[in-house]
Design a protein around this ligand. Structure first.
Ligand code: ADP
Length: 501
């Protein structure tokens, strides 16, 4: 029998990539492409769904041909995606009716405040596990329907379809153009009931979301619920699609956090700390959210407590693209290391408000503590520190409410390539930070979801035994210094609040 592989289509916030893994999780092929970040107004962030799909098709073809592989070498494909980002298209033509509203977009602030004023929060939190925030898909669905011609009427008639990016890509990839999402992505809409794992009629009624636009909800790993790729598509063969996981859930699986009490933090566009809570839905009183970690086949769902930070690596992108302080994200490392400290300067990148644990959509970014002494390197260092402080604020709550000891933090994501950032993180947390040998955990998690469904990987134990740590950073500052830095950070966070009326 010839060797076969598992493919993962990873549609992240900044780029899409296609990776092919072998049984030992070795990367056999990969290609990646960035897509445009569209900022039409302050606080608005859009992507072009057609561009994302075109880039996906391109990276699939490029990765396969560069490695001398064909679709016939791929046993199954998994999809992972930036979550919450909302696309609506015409059912008949598949044409998007608007650009995708990205998870960081805050334009639906007013609608969310209205829902808060209407007293909907307790019921929404109880049923969906989520606080009311522009971050989640439901207010974005409403905004699009309210801003296109006859949106609500067309949606009620069943002429329009909603999907997160997984659903949009499954529509394009699957031969029979399926309208399906997985349970992890559905858990980010504010419309799914965490207990029943189905759309919740009373939430749909309260938020005025027409049920006719919603996709079916499938398990994250399934041999038959997701169809197969079209023979005339980018894979050039009918390959079963057997997994879908939201990107943070995929990284949780890719880091083999498959046992209650295990956690990981991903440093991508945002930072997302997820703690596996097993079959129990844990509820936070201090700003963490309850979400589905994964559901493999027809087995019970596994849940997670999550701390979500909107601006992680995106803070570095902002330094690069908007401030032009660096040419490349990687330059942040040498520049930040060129100064002995932050020079008293703190950057709080509350550009989309603050997510966990604060949930303040009225917050906006501040650069605090400026004096004539502060130079570019200090600001760059403050940006890296901000990523670490935000993760610490989430971890503090996780430790307090999660009831777990965390002897070390497992990390992954694009920004973990920055060793100086990882050292800062260990210093600011006061616990070691461990990076796995395979840092492409998001793609790997999607591959695992697909490969578990076909029996390519036999069991979760097989996944656990494949996990290896590559590098560990130990804390290298005193508790006193750590606490002093953190206290100043919290003062700066306070300055961001009550900015938007
Ligand atoms: P996503 O999946 O959200 O698109 P990735 O995991 O691909 O994100 O990581 C990309 C993010 O990591 C970008 O926001 C980028 O600015 C940041 N990043 C990449 N390399 C570095 C680096 N060496 N130092 C700091 N940040 C980095």
């Amino acid at each position: 029998m010839s060797t076969r592989y598992i493919g993962a289509l990873d549609a992240g916030t900044t780029s899409v990539r296609f990776m092919v893994f072998d049984h030992e999780a070795k990367v056999m092929a990969q290609a990646q492409k960035e897509h445009r970040q569209i900022f039409p107004q302050q606080g608005w962030v859009e992507h072009d769904p057609l561009e994302i799909w075109a880039n996906c098709a391109e990276v699939i073809r490029t990765a396969l041909s560069a490695a001398g592989l064909t679709g016939g070498d791929i046993e199954a494909v998994g999809i992972t995606n930036q979550r919450e980002t909302t696309v609506i298209w015409e059912r008949a033509t598949g044409r998007p009716v608007h650009n995708a509203l990205v998870w960081q977009d805050t334009r639906t602030d007013r609608l969310c405040n209205q829902w808060l004023a209407d007293g909907l929060e307790p019921e929404i939190a109880h049923r969906s596990g989520l606080p009311i925030s522009p971050y989640f898909a439901s207010s974005k669905i409403r905004w699009i329907l309210d801003h296109i011609d006859n949106g609500m009427a067309r949606a009620r008639r069943g002429d329009l379809c909603f999907g997160t990016i997984d659903t949009w890509l499954l529509l394009q990839l699957s031969a029979d153009r399926r309208h399906v999402t997985d349970v992890t992505n559905a858990s980010r809409t504010m419309c799914m009931n965490l207990e029943t794992l189905d759309w919740d009629e009373s939430l749909l009624a309260a938020l005025d979301i027409p049920a006719a636009i919603l996709p079916a909800i499938a398990p994250s790993s399934s041999a038959d619920a997701l169809g197969a790729t079209a023979a005339d598509g980018p894979l050039g063969a009918q390959v079963p699609i057997c997994g879908i996981l939201g990107d943070q859930q995929a990284a949780t699986v890719g880091q083999a956090c498959l046992t209650p009490g295990e956690a990981k933090n991903t440093y991508g566009t945002g930072c997302f700390l997820l703690l596996n809570t097993g079959q129990e839905i844990r509820r936070s009183a201090k700003g963490l959210i309850s979400t589905v970690a994964y559901r493999f086949g027809n087995r019970p769902a596994v849940y997670a407590l999550e701390g979500s930070v909107a601006m992680g690596g995106a803070t570095v992108q902002w330094l690069r693209d908007e401030m032009q302080m660096i040419d490349d994200a990687a330059d942040s490392e040498a520049l930040a290391a060129s100064v002995p400290d932050n020079g008293g300067c703190y950057l709080v990148p509350a550009f989309s408000g603050l997510f966990s644990p604060w949930w303040r959509s009225d917050a906006r970014g501040v650069l605090a503590g400026l004096t004539r002494y502060v130079k570019k390197a200090h600001v760059v260092r403050a940006a890296l520190e901000a990523i670490c402080f935000q993760s610490r604020d989430v971890l503090d709550v996780m430790l307090e409410e999660g009831g777990v000891a965390m002897p070390r933090l497992n990390v992954d994501g694009g920004a973990t390539a920055n060793a100086f950032l990882m050292q800062l993180q260990a210093n600011i947390l006061g616990i070691p930070v461990a990076r796995p040998a395979i840092t492409e955990t998001t793609s790997l998690g999607a591959a695992y979801a697909a490969g578990l469904a076909t029996g390519y990987w036999e069991s979760e134990d097989e996944i656990r035994s494949g996990f290896k740590v590559d590098q560990v950073w130990e804390p290298a500052i005193s508790t006193e210094e750590r606490d002093t830095l953190h206290a100043s950070w919290l003062k700066a966070v306070d300055r961001t609040l009550n900015w938007v009326d």
